[in-house]
Design a protein around this ligand. Structure first.
Ligand SMILES: Cc1ncc(COP(=O)(O)O)c(C=O)c1O
Length: 483
């Protein structure tokens, strides 16, 4: 059953509070400032509101409910201690304009988080302002643009992205006014070096890559790519979405990257940003530090402070504290893990993905072999051709069995793609159980395809028209929507 909105549950006169009678004299509000009619706010009792949100909380799916192998999105478990640290009153009652001497601990936390991220990435310094990975991309490319302009390089208008890139890469480049040029992927799923070399000239501002790439494969030629791009005067942008595969093993700086964003929700166990209320810090090499958003966070004579001084800065990209409580959670995670713990997390993420891939051999087509990094992409093309079972059917059937589906139909270069990323936080039992369920589902769909087409049966909403749902979502309530 779908849950009505609070406004639909509203009954006139109900209320969830009672204010004490005030002895203060309230100044009369001037007539022209008064509403003409009361605001259309929902009126409910406290119990109505509690039940509404409790019911809603049972209609969702999260990593706390079951396996969530959404490739590229790294839906790892968020340890509950992170929440406890973020709930500390001294952290969550800060006013952004409070005098700096009263928030030294919070500033120190941000400073130390930047120091840690510098160690993990090999970069010189960074900003914690961006609110998501995509926002980090936007910020990083703005920095690259400012750098080229400051060097009189106005004609660098192109950003190269691989055909396997996440959609936010070209979108962020376009938002910064760049033209997007795609570079092909070779038969091994890696950047096609010959195709890249043809594209490199003095109009290239940057190339955006993630490594391992979105096929879960390590770009082994990354140093050659970096040398070629740098030689042509371009910069390398590292999409940190896949950093969970390599922490403590190899640093983006050593691969030759100049700018990095990190999706804290993917790698550093903070709640998923969903494109907004997360954090996507951007880290840069020495030569780009001056262009970082301001204010910077500095330490002088043992005191931490915001520094608004930078003349070359691209300015603010959001509130200057960023999403502070997300940063607190990430810091709690890195402190618990330590650098060795982060390295172990990456090792296990890669091990888990390879184990799951080995369990699924024979069930799906494996376009890029039997070894992967932290995620892998399989194809359901043979199942479609021979049994009419699509990747979408498999995703919907999984929902009925209490599993979140893998990412499907991405990257676009793999037909009937299913991208699995189990992360390090899944146990061997859970991986084996999911592989068994997948085998069962495929077998049952081969027997009776209608079972696949009718799934899901146990979710609140069954099959939706995916195109309309993506293109025309109804995200706003209006009085006419009540039947
Ligand atoms: C490869 C890649 N790049 C960028 C992003 C964008 O990150 P965010 O969701 O934090 O905006 C994602 C998101 O899933 C991704 O998988």
């Amino acid at each position: 059953m779908t849950e009505p909105l609070l406004i639909e549950l509203s009954r006139q006169g109900k209320q969830a509070y009672s204010y004490p009678v005030s002895s203060l004299t309230v100044p009369e509000i001037q007539e022209h400032l008064k509403r003409k009619k009361p605001a259309a706010l929902p009126e409910l009792s406290e119990l109505d509101v509690v039940r509404h949100f409790s019911r809603l909380s049972t209609k969702t799916f999260g990593v706390d409910y079951g396996v969530y192998p959404l490739g590229s999105c790294t839906m790892k478990y968020n340890p509950k201690i992170n929440e406890q640290v973020a709930a500390i009153e001294a952290f969550n009652t800060i006013h952004p304009l409070q005098p700096e001497e009263t928030v030294q601990g919070a500033l120190e936390l941000m400073y130390r988080l930047l120091e840690t991220l510098s160690v993990v990435t090999g970069m010189s310094w960074g900003t914690l302002q961006p609110s998501a990975g995509a926002h980090g991309e936007y910020t990083g490319l703005k920095i690259i643009k400012a750098y080229h302009l400051a060097h009189g390089d106005e004609k660098r208008t192109k950003v190269i992205v691989p055909v396997s890139a996440h959609g936010t890469n070209p979108a962020s480049a376009a938002l910064n006014g760049f033209d997007i040029v795609e570079v092909a992927t070779d038969n091994h799923g890696l950047v096609d070096m010959d195709a890249l070399k043809i594209l490199l000239d003095d109009s290239v501002a940057a190339i955006m890559l993630t490594n391992p790439n979105t096929l879960g494969l390590f770009e082994k030629d990354i140093r050659n790519i970096a040398d070629a791009v740098h030689k042509a005067g371009g910069l390398l942008y590292y999409d940190g979405a896949n950093l969970n595969a390599i922490m403590g093993m190899v640093r983006p700086k050593d691969m030759g990257f100049d700018v990095v964003h990190l999706n804290l929700h993917k790698t550093f166990s903070t709640p998923h940003g969903g494109g907004g209320p997360g954090a996507g810090p951007v880290m840069v090499t020495e030569g780009l530090v001056d262009y970082l958003p301001k204010p910077d966070i500095t330490r002088k004579n043992g005191m931490y402070a915001f520094d608004w001084g930078s003349q070359r800065s691209i300015g603010k990209v959001s509130g200057f504290w960023g999403n502070f409580l997300v940063l607190v959670r990430a810091y709690a995670y890195v402190v618990q893990m330590g650098l060795e713990g982060l390295r172990e997390a990456s090792r296990h993420a890669v091990l888990n993905a390879n184990y799951l891939l080995s369990l699924l051999q024979g069930l799906f087509d494996l376009p890029y072999g039997t070894r992967c990094m932290h995620e892998f992409v399989v194809s359901g093309q043979s199942l479609k051709d021979n049994h009419q079972i699509t990747a979408l059917d498999i995703a919907k059937m999984l929902l009925d069995r209490g599993y979140h589906p893998p990412t499907i139909y991405f990257p676009l270069i793999v037909h009937e793609a299913m991208m699995f990323e189990p992360t390090e936080t899944e146990s061997i039992d859970d991986l084996e159980a999911m592989a068994d369920v997948l085998k069962e589902l495929v077998a049952s769909a081969k027997e009776d395809i209608q079972r696949a087409k009718d799934a899901p049966q146990k979710t609140i909403i069954g099959r939706v028209d995916e195109v309309s749902a993506a293109k025309f979502p109804i995200l706003q309530w209006n009085a006419n929507s009540i039947q």
